[in-house]
Design a protein around this ligand. Structure first.
Ligand SMILES: Nc1ncnc2c1ncn2[C@@H]1O[C@H](COP(=O)(O)OP(=O)(O)O)[C@@H](O)[C@H]1O
Ligand SMILES: [Mg+2]
Length: 294
């Protein structure tokens, strides 16, 4: 299917899937470059999990094609399982087993040497807690164990479906750094998330899915720039009577107005106003992701 077999870790072409009368995916096409982090953003029911289940060989599409790590997700699904790591929203650890026992159990299932477990425990800064029962860990630590478990067999592509559900709402900087480490080891990470700030900070590219269709796919920076909200917020005044003026970057008069603001003795602050990914989401879907979730 691909002319550039090494360039993309994930290729989806016109994937469709219905459940009865519900069209969960209405023709989704998506390319994710190898060695990158891709974020799939969308409200509940948008089709994220359905797309992940298809791309990980757990569900057959009604139409279209998917290729992950160069393998067809339907025809080559058993080989696919060995080449991908998966952490889905409902997955959990065995709470009564220790950190290390949890990982050793999975290592055995995958035929992975126990030395790999200890290596990962050290890399994830969990080695000192290896004998702790999982139910005594903080949410952040449990999240790290889950991610470590998905990485045991050194997958080429790691799928994380809302790995924050029931855990920390925002990914810690440490977990973000671990995910970057996965990418920097040449693997590809595809994550579905509600966390706009995390997606913005972490992802090389993001796509937005709404009611079964992809409505955008680009770098976070390009998406925010495309929204065209480029302005400075200038605050002037004193004693509780602060007024804010918005100066767009691209007007003829911008330079003059900015210069005037700088000369204004009552100048309090100048902020550059940037669109957020949530602004982008709202423009494309007509609703805020935050509102869509509440
Ligand atoms: N196994 C299923 N049976 C029936 N409907 C389903 C099934 N899986 C998903 N759906 C429906 O498909 C749509 C997309 O669901 P899903 O992919 O889970 O969305 P998301 O992960 O973005 O919240 C929803 O309307 C959901 O109710
Ligand atoms: Mg889901």
């Amino acid at each position: 299917m691909s002319n550039l077999p090494d360039a993309f870790a994930v290729r989806a072409v016109d994937l469709r899937r219905s459940f009865g009368s519900i069209q969960a995916l209405r023709g989704v096409s998506l390319d994710v470059p190898k060695g990158s982090i891709h974020g799939l953003l969308g409200p509940n029911g948008a089709g994220k999990t359905t797309l992940f289940r298809i791309l990980t060989g757990q569900l057959k599409p009604d139409g279209g094609r998917g290729e992950v790590a160069g393998l067809d997700v339907v025809a080559e699904r058993s080989e696919l399982r060995r080449r991908i790591g998966v952490l889905f929203e409902m997955q959990n650890l065995y709470p009564r087993l220790s950190v290390r026992e949890n990982l050793v159990l999975f290592a055995a299932l995958y035929g992975v040497a126990v030395s790999v477990v200890d290596e990962l425990l050290r890399k994830f800064d969990l080695f000192d807690r290896r004998t702790s029962k999982v139910d005594t860990l903080s949410n952040g630590m449990r999240q790290k164990v889950l991610i470590a478990r998905a990485l045991l067999h050194q997958p080429e592509v790691l799928f994380l479906d809302e790995p924050t559900t029931g855990l920390d709402p925002n990914w810690s900087l440490e977990v973000q750094e671990l995910i970057r480490g996965v990418r920097d080891a040449d693997a590809t990470v595809v994550l579905a998330t509600h966390q706009m700030e995390t997606a913005d900070a972490l992802c090389d590219t993001v796509s937005i899915i709404d009611r079964g269709s992809l409505v955008a796919n680009d770098t976070p920076r390009a998406l925010k720039r495309r929204l065209g909200k480029r302005s400075l917020l200038v605050e002037t005044g004193a004693n509780g009577a602060i007024r804010g003026d918005r100066i767009p970057f691209d007007d003829e008069s911008s330079a003059v107005r900015i210069a005037a603001a700088l000369r204004d003795r009552t100048l309090v602050s100048i902020h550059s106003e940037e669109a957020t990914l949530d602004d982008v989401f709202r423009q494309l879907t007509g609703k805020s992701l935050k509102e869509a979730l509440s």
